[in-house]
Every structure is written in C-alpha cells, then in structure tokens.
Design a binder for this molecule. Structure first.
Ligand SMILES: [Zn+2]
Length: 143
C-alpha cells in the first residue's frame, strides 16, 4: 500500500519542524508516521488530502490503528489496482468509514473497477461509501 499526502492546491506535505517535504509518509506498525528527515511524528491538517494506492486488507488494517488526532481527515482511496475484494477488506472498509464519520472526516473511493463496484452494490454499500470516478473528481469531493 502506498500513502501520500499533499495540500489541496497540490503542494507536498511539509514537516512542521524541519520543513522538509514529506510526500510519502512511512506508516509504522504503531500507527505513527514520522518525518523521514527528523523523525517528528506528522499531524495531518484540515487542508491535507491523503491518497492511498494499492489498497490491501493489511494496509487498511494499519490505517485503522492510527490515532484519532493523527488521522488524515480527508482520505482518498484509489481502487485502480483492486480487482477482487474479500469480506475481510470490506469489513475493514466499513470500520474505516464509521471511524471517519465519527471524527467528522471524509473518505472517498475513486477508480473502482466495475466488478468491485458490483460487490458494493450487492451489499448495499454503495449508499454507505462515497464512490466517484477519477482522482480529480475525488479531490473535488474532498475540498
Ligand atoms: Zn522533519
């Protein structure tokens, strides 16, 4: 799974301590995302959109471990590489959605393959998840 953060106007996320660019955040097992330069744990501001690519069940599981205060409020999940989806992943996605709702965050799914979309529809999850077309549309829904 690949996680990256940038501001809404496209600038990369900068560490608030050393000001170095942190375009790819290294999510650790404990849920912290330290700056690769100075090690300062990063907080995600309201103006930040975090994109998650190459989604897998373990990746979603590690996202769920991030503490509320640290959690990116605007989350874009890119499903372009996801061709099958199992119940474990679906259950983690529902947990993620509920957690985002509880902390008044947003999560948008983009580039969902038709076969995966069909699964969401069959489970009536298309009304729970916000599913859109491409990344640009997803970004616009998160602004
Ligand atoms: Zn730093």
């Amino acid at each position: 799974m690949i996680i990256s953060s940038k501001t809404i106007d496209g600038r990369p996320h900068r560490c608030h301590l050393c000001k170095s660019d942190v375009s790819v955040l290294h999510l650790q097992a404990d849920g912290d995302t330290p700056c690769p330069n100075c090690g300062e744990v990063q907080a995600f501001g309201e103006d930040m959109i975090t994109t998650v690519r190459e989604i897998d069940s373990d990746g979603i599981e590690s996202l769920l471990k991030i503490e509320d205060a640290e959690f990116p409020r605007k989350l874009l999940l890119d499903f372009s590489r996801v061709n099958t989806i199992n119940s474990g992943t679906i259950s983690n996605l529902v947990k993620l959605q509920k957690a985002q709702d509880a902390r008044t965050g947003k999560v948008v799914f983009c580039k969902v393959e038709p076969i995966v979309c069909e699964v969401f529809q069959l489970m009536h999850l298309d009304t729970v998840f916000k599913i859109c077309g491409d990344e640009a549309e997803g970004m616009s829904l998160l602004v």
